[in-house]
Write a protein that binds this ligand. Structure first.
Ligand SMILES: NC(=O)c1ccc[n+]([C@@H]2O[C@H](COP(=O)([O-])OP(=O)(O)OC[C@H]3O[C@@H](n4cnc5c(N)ncnc54)[C@H](O)[C@@H]3O)[C@@H](O)[C@H]2O)c1
Length: 235
């Protein structure tokens, strides 16, 4: 039997990269899938919306619930990345980085929680990063946001555990996606050189970790961070 039969997954950032691969794998495992992304997504029922916009998030979650049923799995994968020394980070960039990763995760999670609580079950999977644990020079806003996701995850996991809802993070190392491809080649090359495995990870490797957290057999994971990072950070 398919691992996610009867479940409904809402994936933010599901138009590209890690989110798209998770959406595709979850659908192949029997889940109904809906996507919220600023970019268009032709693969699944989708709403084009900015996860930092409270009204747009409320409307998108309601619309997708009508199309696919209320989410029993939420994957918060929408994200952006910028490399700049701290002195060159203006307030708008700082605010945008925290808004996309933290406010977006907060708003979408808050919008799906009532239905999960009412159902007495749910799975929430947030995209942190190995850089949320480790930090990285030139990436203070991104690493701050990703460290915040770890705190959000651990706190909410405690808050909803008795309602049958698990909340976990994925903390990937560098994964071969459009986001990483947008970085300067020398930056990506230097990152790969630091990795014991000397290669980028694949979206499939991340998606299968997400599947472990989403499926029934992953029910005893909560408040944790699965770190698939080629050995870059060992915890
Ligand atoms: N690729 C990596 O190496 C890596 C490593 C660790 C963590 N992550 C995290 O994984 C997640 C996915 O990254 P990816 O590499 O697949 O990136 P990606 O650029 O391929 O996909 C990100 C998606 O998020 C969407 N998005 C961005 N801002 C949004 C907003 N405000 N509202 C709605 N949608 C928005 C984009 O349109 C895009 O479709 C991100 O949170 C990223 O920080 C990526």
């Amino acid at each position: 039997m398919s691992a996610l039969a009867g479940m409904t997954a809402l994936v933010t950032g599901g138009a590209s990269g890690i989110g798209l691969e998770i959406a595709t794998l979850f659908a192949s495992e029997g889940a109904k899938v809906g996507v919220i992304d600023m970019a268009p997504c032709a693969d699944f029922p989708a709403v084009q919306a900015d996860v930092t916009d409270p009204g747009a998030v409320t409307a998108a979650v309601a619309k997708l619930a009508g199309l696919t049923g209320p989410a029993t799995i939420l994957v918060n994968a929408a994200g952006i990345d910028v490399i700049a020394p701290l002195e060159e980070v203006d307030l708008a960039l700082w605010n945008r980085m925290l808004a996309v990763h933290l406010t977006g995760t907060f708003l979408v999670t808050q919008a799906v929680l009532p239905a999960m609580r009412a159902a007495g079950s749910g799975r929430i999977i947030n995209l942190s990063s190995q850089l949320g644990h480790r930090g990285a020079a030139g990436m203070v806003p991104y690493c701050t946001a990703k460290a915040g996701i770890l705190g959000f995850t651990k706190s909410l996991a405690r808050e909803v555990a008795e309602d049958g809802i698990t909340v976990n993070c994925l903390a990937p190392g560098p994964i071969d996606t459009p986001l990483v491809a947008s970085l300067p080649a020398e930056v990506v090359g230097a990152i790969v050189e630091e990795l014991p495995m000397k290669r980028l990870g694949t979206v499939a490797e991340v998606a299968h970790a997400a599947l472990l957290l989403a499926r029934a057999e992953g029910g005893f994971f909560t408040g944790t961070s699965l770190n698939m990072n080629g050995g870059h950070v060992m915890m």
